[in-house]
Design a protein around this ligand. Structure first.
Ligand code: 13P
Ligand code: SF4
Length: 366
């Protein structure tokens, strides 16, 4: 599940609130809730939200924080739905995870559902005896994570995908990777595999119309899913950046297409991008292929470096952007009044198996 949930209507008082007022009220509620509250903020959140986050990070770091902060009664997740679900799965029984705006989903996570996965699983059983290990990107629903847990697979994020793939190859003959074709391809090729080892499974055509011969012999089955934000970056943009700034370093997120990753100087998770820029010498120039809120923040934080987004047309993640201060003020003030709004609760059975897959990732990659 992702973007399809209906948002509770934001009461007029909040919908009409100025940013300044929201700011003051969030600050006060945050102080009054004290240690009962922890606010997590993904790197793609807007500055007006990120300044309230107790912890910021990439998906992996935030999942570690959720697993560690079991003392807080309320975890307010400023990110997208699959991240809040993971926090609920990793959190304690007594904790409540809140997503300030329920329409903050992820279009990539919505590209895979259990019924489609069942079609692939059944087809594999018909064509091969190979042991297939399911691995899902963090950007997927709790139901898909639970499938991976139930069938002895794992979750991974963009910062530990290679580690999880290495482990999975010790457990079986093939990896099925949901739902980002590009992260799967970029990781497998960086590990030394070739295009011939990969096949892309298209869930939108009848199973028998996929290449069943390749399905039998390939090492990696990559789900045909993608991120529309990262799909915008191109080789031409890299060439233009290098033409204008010959000494530029180009770094991109692994959700970009392989031709873009191959042309860049480096690729990695949002935490990798932040680290590279933080560690760079003054006077250096960086063209970055990821979401605009992160790139703009890095540019503001490092006025001594030239930092810009590879795509000249601003490319925000429109769902991350749905967490606005007015929603955060509404969620926190409700908590103060004893009302838990927008709680994310994963059903118990799903939770057990999804936890198994998430714990596997945390143990492999911590
Ligand atoms: P990170 O895990 O690198 O933060 O990426 C999450 C994401 O959704 C990128 O689009
Ligand atoms: Fe999903 Fe792409 Fe937004 Fe990341 S940037 S949350 S993958 S839509």
């Amino acid at each position: 599940m992702g973007t399809a949930l209906i948002q509770q209507i934001l009461p007029d008082e909040y919908a009409n609130m100025t940013d300044e007022e929201a700011d003051e009220r969030i600050r006060l509620a945050d102080t009054l809730l004290g240690d009962r509250l922890v606010i997590l903020g993904h790197h793609y959140q807007v500055d007006e939200i990120i300044k309230f986050a107790d912890y910021t990070g990439d998906s992996f770091k935030l999942s570690q924080e959720s697993a560690a902060r079991t003392d807080a009664e309320f975890v307010v997740f400023c990110g997208v739905h699959f991240m809040a679900e993971s926090a609920d799965i990793l959190g304690g029984e007594h904790q409540h995870v809140i997503l300030p705006n329920l329409t903050a989903g992820c279009s990539m996570a919505d590209m895979v559902n259990l019924e489609q996965v069942g079609d692939l699983w059944d087809t594999l059983e018909e064509v091969t005896d190979a042991r297939c290990v399911p691995v899902t990107y963090m950007n997927s629903s709790a139901a898909i994570k639970a499938f991976c847990g139930e069938y002895d697979g794992s979750v991974c994020t963009s910062s530990n995908c290679a580690k999880v793939f290495e482990w999975a190859l010790t457990q079986g003959d093939k990896i099925i990777f949901f739902p980002d074709e590009h992260l799967g391809r970029n990781t497998a090729l960086a590990m030394g595999f070739s295009e011939d080892d990969l096949m892309v499974w298209n869930p939108l055509i009848p199973p028998e119309d996929n290449d069943l011969e390749k399905l039998k012999r390939c090492k990696f089955i990559l789900w045909k899913g993608w991120c529309s934000v990262h799909g915008r970056f191109s080789v031409e943009q890299i060439e233009l950046a290098r033409r204008d700034f010959p000494d530029i370093t180009v770094i991109v997120h692994p959700e970009c297409r392989h031709e873009v990753v191959a042309k860049a100087d480096g690729f990695g998770s949002t935490a990798y991008i932040v680290k590279r820029v933080n560690e760079a010498a003054p006077g250096t120039a960086w063209a970055i292929g990821t979401e605009i809120n992160l790139v703009s923040r890095l540019a503001k934080q490092h006025p001594d470096k030239t930092i810009f987004c590879l795509d000249p047309i601003v490319c925000p993640c429109s769902t991350m952007y749905r967490i606005q201060p007015q929603y955060l003020a509404w969620a926190l003030e409700n908590l103060l009044q004893g009302n838990i709004v927008n709680e994310i609760k994963v059903p118990e059975r799903e939770k057990q198996f999804a936890r198994k897959a998430l714990d596997r990732m945390l143990s492999l990659a911590s």
